[in-house]
Design a protein. Structure first.
Length: 274
């Protein structure tokens, strides 16, 4: 109904360009989801088989078997390091299943620095599979710590080897838009909420996001949801301070472009660190 009105407005060419882009973007997402809904699951199984190694397929099978999810519906996002799937459980609740690719060599090189120096992950094995499993555990754990500190993140559900299962942010296989894709109607308020979240993340969860930007924040029901916390580190990590300052600079850059009167970065730093 709302969508139809929007379409009519777009057709009449009286919608802002931004709103038109937003609409087009959402339509593409819905189309992709609809494709998933109508396509044959055997094809999906084929993709899982082509992309993932035997061990990963076993892990997915175990999670299916143990009832963590019931159906793997389709790919939501396909990145260099991980694929995110939309899944549903027996109750019909949407889930996001993030599967790290065990084949990414660049990834292996890249993640070392985050794992070393984090006292939570000393004594880990250093072969690729183990490292990627640690990486997935780290994302799961960071999500849990953030969630417990009342930072809005996808609620973590399960982790096994290189697979993380979490709350699906969005609806029926359509992910909520990132801040990059959809700038908020109330940027002032969203900025304030994010500052509060970063404070909680630092002071309660005792972690630093480390890759915070408009790409790793979704807008859902008018509020920001922070995600992609695999690289987040403990505040005692030698790089934590550098990473925090970079996150804060990113946040201020994005919101000052939306004409929000942002806190001077030093002041913001003190607020967050406490
Ligand atoms: P990239 O390399 O693009 O940053 P990534 O491998 O780090 O990807 P994420 O950033 O965690 O993976 O997720 C990629 C995309 O998948 C997100 O932009 C979002 O659209 C979707 N996504 C991730 N997690 C969820 C979730 N919990 N619910 C809904 N959609 C999600
Ligand atoms: Mn990401």
């Amino acid at each position: 109904m709302v969508l139809n009105t929007l379409k009519r407005l777009a057709w009449l060419n009286i919608m802002s360009r931004k709103a038109q882009e937003r609409l087009a973007h959402n339509e593409r997402r819905v189309e992709r989801r609809d494709k998933m809904l109508t396509h044959d699951m055997t094809k999906e199984r084929a993709t899982v088989e082509e992309v993932f190694d035997q061990t990963t397929r076993m892990v997915v099978f175990d999670l299916l078997n143990s009832g963590v999810f019931y159906e793997l519906n389709g790919v939501v996002s396909s990145g260099k390091e991980a694929r995110v799937y939309w899944a549903t459980n027996k109750e019909g609740t949407d889930l996001a299943v993030k599967i790290y690719l065990t084949s990414s060599a660049e990834f292996k090189r890249g993640m070392h620095k985050y794992i070393e120096g984090d006292p939570r992950f000393k004594d880990v094995k250093h072969d690729t599979r183990s490292l990627i499993a640690v990486w997935a555990q780290k994302e799961f754990r960071n999500l849990g710590e953030a969630y417990a500190a009342k930072v809005r993140v996808p609620k973590p559900i399960a982790v096994k080897s290189n697979v993380v299962v979490m709350e699906f942010i969005g609806k029926e296989g359509v992910s909520a838009p990132s801040l990059k894709e959809q700038s908020p109607d109330n940027p002032e308020k969203v900025y304030k909420i994010l500052v509060t979240y970063l404070k909680r993340l630092y002071q309660k969860a005792k972690i630093v996001h480390g890759d915070l930007s408009e790409y790793n924040i979704m807008m859902w029901k008018g509020r920001p949801v922070i995600f992609d916390v695999s690289q987040s580190v403990s505040i005692v990590h030698p790089m934590a301070d550098f990473m925090l300052r970079r996150d804060l600079a990113n946040l201020n850059r994005f919101f000052s472009r939306l004409n929000v009167k942002v806190y001077p970065v030093e002041e913001l730093y003190k607020m967050v660190v406490g």
